[in-house]
Design a protein around this ligand. Structure first.
Ligand SMILES: [Fe+2]
Length: 378
């Protein structure tokens, strides 16, 4: 705490990030509180003699029950959410839209509508405090929710209800145009990454890599791993403004909102072999052909890219659960296929981890295959 820059700290020990901010005497606001930490928040406010004036949500969360409704109940704070947020406990007068400014605890937070992860996602932007003779100043802050995480964490997934990768692309373009010195404070971090500037994120965050909108949608589609059923119960609890921590079952230590961490099987850093379309063609023409496992969704196999002959179809979302169906191929050459090589890379990791000894993935996926060989199977 500093007399000029006020209060600013992250309150949670785990992956969900909650921020306490304030620059007006003992007034503070909380961004993205978590219900299971409620008692700690209340003790902290009491011990420090702080008055909670506002609770701001960046979006409706699907991975934890929000503490916003309970904090509002306990303290009378104003609950700020986007106008599209389904939760009825958000104050009618505090429903925000793009371009609004929220004045809370002596801080002006500019609202940016940044949908994609959810329809009601917003980022809150706080301008820098210039350094002066009596204060060290403070860089500007971007509370990006799940619209932008840090570094290789990318951003929140777009495959939950209300998610839309195209919207997410537009939101990221909007964020990328902000002042580069803003420090990014996301709603999650699963691997102890430290907040850094937006300028830094433009270099290190794969979601901000220059792409066209269509390329971005392809990139997200490749990362998509399907909603976890338990998240629907969490969403329902948050729609209902639940103040019961047991309103939904939540798996321990899940990295649910992170795209890459969603499939947390300890396979994320494992390397697998790639095979080019040309190499695959040669192997399909050899005496002993590899087993082909296509991990795309069913509709994709029926679509324009079609499928190769004799593929075994297991969508990536089911692969880990349906390994027994592939057990007989454990010692065969197995090639995993998808659209451009993202899901198949993960699929090959899953098989390798399960003891399949000769696994590879098709580099460039079915797009690469069609570019090389058109609609012939080879
Ligand atoms: Fe989220």
């Amino acid at each position: 705490m500093n007399a000029s820059t006020g209060t600013f700290e992250q309150l949670n020990p785990a992956a969900c990030k909650t921020y306490l901010i304030g620059r007006a005497g003992n007034e503070v606001a909380i961004i993205d509180p978590v219900l299971e930490e409620l008692d700690r928040y209340m003790s902290l406010l009491q011990e420090r003699g702080l008055v909670l004036t506002h609770v701001l949500e960046t979006h409706t969360h699907a991975d934890h029950i929000s503490g916003a409704a309970a904090l509002k109940d306990r303290t009378g704070a104003v609950l700020v959410m986007h106008e599209k947020a389904p939760a009825r406990c958000a104050d009618t007068s505090a429903r925000v839209i793009e371009g609004d400014t929220v004045s809370a605890a002596g801080i002006e937070l500019q609202v940016l509508h940044t949908p994609g992860h959810t329809k009601d996602s917003v980022s809150y932007i706080v301008a820098a405090v210039p350094a002066g003779p009596a204060n060290p100043g403070q860089p500007g802050m971007a509370f990006t929710g799940d619209a932008l995480f840090l570094d290789d964490g990318g951003a929140g997934r777009d495959d939950l209800p209300g998610g839309d990768p195209g919207d997410h692309y537009d939101s990221l373009q909007k964020i990328a145009r902000l002042e580069g010195s803003l420090v990014v404070y996301p709603a999650h971090d699963y691997r102890n990454r430290q907040p850094s500037s937006l300028r830094q994120q433009l270099v290190t965050n794969p979601h901000l890599k220059p792409r066209t909108r269509d390329e971005f949608i392809d990139y997200i589609t490749e990362l998509k791993l399907g909603p976890a059923d338990w998240m629907k119960d969490v969403l329902a609890a948050n729609y209902a403004c639940s103040i019961d921590p047991k309103a939904a079952w939540i798996p321990a230590d899940g990295s649910a909102c992170e795209v890459k961490g969603t499939l947390d099987l300890g396979v994320n850093d494992q390397r697998v072999d790639a095979i080019t379309p040309r190499q695959l063609k040669m192997r399909l023409e050899a005496a002993s052909t590899p087993v082909l496992v296509d991990v795309r969704e069913g509709f994709e196999l029926d679509g324009q890219l079609g499928k190769l002959d004799n593929v075994i179809h297991v969508p990536i979302t089911r692969l880990a659960k349906e390994l027994s169906a592939l057990e007989q191929y454990k010692d065969r050459d197995v090639v995993v296929l998808c659209k451009i090589g993202g899901r198949s890379y993960t699929g090959a990791q899953i098989l390798q981890q399960a003891g399949f000894s000769r696994v590879s993935f098709l580099e460039g996926g079915m797009i690469g295959w069609r570019n090389a060989y058109g609609n012939k199977n080879g």
